[in-house]
Write a protein that binds this ligand. Structure first.
Ligand code: IDP
Ligand code: MG
Length: 153
């Protein structure tokens, strides 16, 4: 079954939204397979946002991601990468649809509450970046027969 990474960003940690954001994914039926609080370093945030290194706002978003600790979390489910991106919504919080995490909690492009891996390849790379193998758990998720039909997983 597919795994993906979310990061609850400093803005959401500071605004007391950790539980609220996480519960969106839990209630949808995604399984939490690993979770911890970390603080980004210059090195880890540069690596994580390497695709934006030529953008004028690169240094600003790096600073914003290091300003307080973040929550990194591995979520598992059928088509988890795509499902989580849909729940997260568009990058710009002002454009993100109501009902999405960003649509409901963000008024900003930069301060948009949560990161989510954008492909199965990046999910694999990002999960390896933030979690060691023993920090990710394979465990029975007894709800599965109620979350999916038995031919879906
Ligand atoms: P995504 O988070 O929706 O996948 P990316 O393009 O990968 O969006 O950008 C990563 C993060 O960089 C965004 O979530 C946002 O915090 C920030 N960002 C992206 N574009 C801009 C911009 O034009 N101005 C300021 N910050 C931006
Ligand atoms: Mg992205």
């Amino acid at each position: 079954m597919e795994k993906t990474l979310i990061i609850i960003k400093p803005g959401a940690v500071q605004r007391g939204l950790i539980g609220e954001v996480l519960s969106r994914f839990e209630k949808k039926g995604l399984q939490v397979c690993g979770i911890k609080m970390i603080r980004f370093t210059e090195e880890s945030v540069s690596e994580h946002y390497a695709h934006l290194s030529q953008k004028p706002f690169f240094n600003r978003i790096k600073r914003a991601m290091m300003i307080s600790p973040v929550i990194v979390c591995c979520l598992q489910g059928v088509d988890a990468v795509r499902v989580v991106r849909h729940l997260v919504g568009a990058t710009n919080g002002r454009e993100a649809l109501p009902g999405t995490v960003r649509g409901d909690f963000s008024m900003s492009v930069q301060e948009n509450i949560v990161h989510a891996s954008d492909s199965t390849d990046s999910a694999e790379t990002e999960l390896t970046r933030f979690f060691s193998p023993e920090e990710l758990f394979d465990y029975d998720f007894n709800n599965r027969g109620f979350i999916y039909a038995n031919n879906e997983f």
